[in-house]
Write a protein that binds this ligand. Structure first.
Ligand code: ADP
Ligand code: G6P
Length: 479
């Protein structure tokens, strides 16, 4: 077995095994922020990624992607139900996102969650060199840090939570809350998107397992577990480079033309997830049309919603509700050849996304709760000409950084409507100032800065961070 000095463990591999229409296997970049973010920093770094490639049944061996080795994990149908669809996505996901949908507590799922976590820990133990650093990701694998420490005390173990970590009032609802917390406390460094999450974690550690210490360092069983906020980001240079390509610039122009040259174009891009606030957004837009404050002849909305977790109960109902609502709004306010909303329920490739970001006058990112939201950062990176407005929910992690966005409380429909109008009517000089400030922030705090900050904190000698690829220069980024 080949071993690595850096091992990433995440539920998903950065590539998804999709069946092509002719039944052949087709690899695609995995959906969601985690895979994209980590893939960017591992490009050129020798490492192994342990994860699931989608689907059920035995895992096929996979070729390396450059310097990155892939260690695929299999899931049986029962594991998929109990671990991924069940405990991870029907219990933890809704609970960690403010319980905007009711979390399901099914006692049958726990054992599967624990045993799948153990299999991931065993795989990591197998591919990690003596003294290697193992970086475990997200809510699917909360037990892995402790399980892995028991198997391999020589390893440096990091854990990063990409989603929000809830306040004690919510976390305390969880059956098995002590096991979940102890699982994470097996790491040397536990990272979160926001300071508040690290604070929640320290409070819970004091309350549930009698740990001592402060937010930055928790003392348990004679061991120090460091914690901190490390807001995840995107490969800004890559997005800028992509956006400058003639194909993308022309496509953006074509999109503007097709959507109606003189119209204000509102764009949203989300996984089809109930945390993203798509229904609230549609209601706000529909009320603006009803009140006559927005007219189809001079405004159009594009909602891209990529299918996600389609076998999970809460997601199935959501898709039906959204499609009905889009149909109703178009039926009521659209005109022949001129819909109020273009709804696209399909994956986009990166270049098409970049063109869409460029075609937007207003990017509407209004999740009810989100760990970070990388779409907001991608939009800013794609707007090198300092035009366009970002409407951003206060409940996205990105709001702590993108202070110059038009921030909004998406639960408050009146606020949502007024903020959309303010963003549509803003002066170009105001937009340019806001966009330049936001771009300066993300350029400084890109995905490379994130990985460096986290890995320097994990390995205080700094040798781990030194192995990461250098950030591409802005000149290269302009391409
Ligand atoms: P989450 O991780 O919850 O899905 P983020 O906004 O952090 O939310 O990340 C979403 C990622 O998925 C972004 O990198 C975005 O570009 C990508 N994405 C969103 N919609 C699509 C789509 N229709 N096709 C392809 N990629 C998409
Ligand atoms: C969020 C989670 C990731 C997850 C992604 C896509 O970003 O934090 O861990 O991979 O959503 O969801 P999926 O269930 O398709 O992996």
């Amino acid at each position: 077995m080949r071993q690595s000095s850096l091992v990433v463990v995440a539920n998903r591999l950065p590539l998804d095994d999709n069946a092509a229409p002719d039944g052949a296997c087709e690899w695609r970049r995995s959906p969601g922020g985690l895979a994209g973010a980590l893939h960017a920093i591992l490009d050129g770094t020798p490492a192994t990624w342990v994860g699931w490639g989608g689907g059920v049944g035995p895992a096929r061996p996979l070729p390396d992607i450059g310097t990155l080795r892939l260690r695929p994990m299999s899931l049986t149908e029962e594991e998929l139900r109990g671990y991924y669809e069940g405990f991870a996505n029907s219990t933890l996901w809704p609970l960690y996102h403010d319980a905007v949908e009711q979390p399901v507590f099914d006692r049958g799922w726990w054992e599967t969650y624990r045993s799948v976590n153990r299999r991931f820990a065993e795989a990591a133990a197998e591919v990690a060199e003596p003294g290697a650093a193992v970086w475990i990701q997200d809510y699917h694998l909360q037990l892995v840090p402790q399980q892995l420490r028991e198997m391999r005390p020589d390893l440096l173990i990091g854990f990063f939570m990409h989603v929000p970590f809830p306040p004690p009032e919510l976390f305390m609802q969880l059956p098995r809350r002590v096991d979940l917390l102890r699982g994470m406390l097996g790491a040397d460094l536990v990272g979160f998107q926001r300071e508040q999450a690290a604070h929640n974690f320290a409070q819970l550690a004091a309350k549930l397992v009698n740990a001592r210490g402060a937010d930055e360092a928790i003392l348990l069983d004679g061991r120090v577990v460091r914690t901190g906020a490390f807001p995840v980001s995107i490969d800004v240079a890559e997005m800028q480079q992509l956006s400058a390509r003639p194909y993308v610039v022309n496509l953006a122009r074509q999109l503007r033309h097709d959507l109606g040259r003189h119209k204000k174009v509102l764009v949203s891009v989300d996984r089809l997830d109930y945390t993203k606030g798509i229904e609230h957004r549609l209601t706000a837009y529909s009320e603006l049309l009803r009140d006559g404050r927005v007219k189809v002849r001079d405004t159009v909305m594009v909602q891209v919603a990529v299918p996600s977790r389609e076998r999970v109960e809460n997601y199935r109902g959501l898709r039906d509700r959204i499609e009905r609502e889009v149909g109703r709004i178009n039926g009521e306010y659209g005109r022949v050849g001129e819909p109020a909303i273009h709804y696209l329920n399909q994956p986009f490739d990166r270049a098409d996304l970049a063109a869409l970001y460029q075609a937007a006058d207003v990017m509407v990112v209004t999740p009810l709760r989100d760990g970070m939201n990388l779409v907001a950062k991608e939009f800013v990176a794609a707007r090198a000409d300092d035009t366009g407005a970002l409407v951003l929910s206060e409940f996205a992690g990105a709001a702590a950084e993108l202070e110059d966005a038009f921030q909004v409380n998406p639960h408050d429909l009146d606020d949502l409507k007024e903020t959309l109008l303010r963003a549509m009517d803003a002066e170009p000089a105001d937009l340019a100032r806001r966009m330049a400030a936001m771009r300066a922030h993300i350029t400084e705090n890109d995905i490379h800065a994130w990985a460096r900050a986290y890995l320097t904190s994990l390995d205080l000698t700094g040798s781990l961070a030194q192995r990461l690829p250098r950030r591409r220069s802005p000149a290269a980024a302009r391409g």
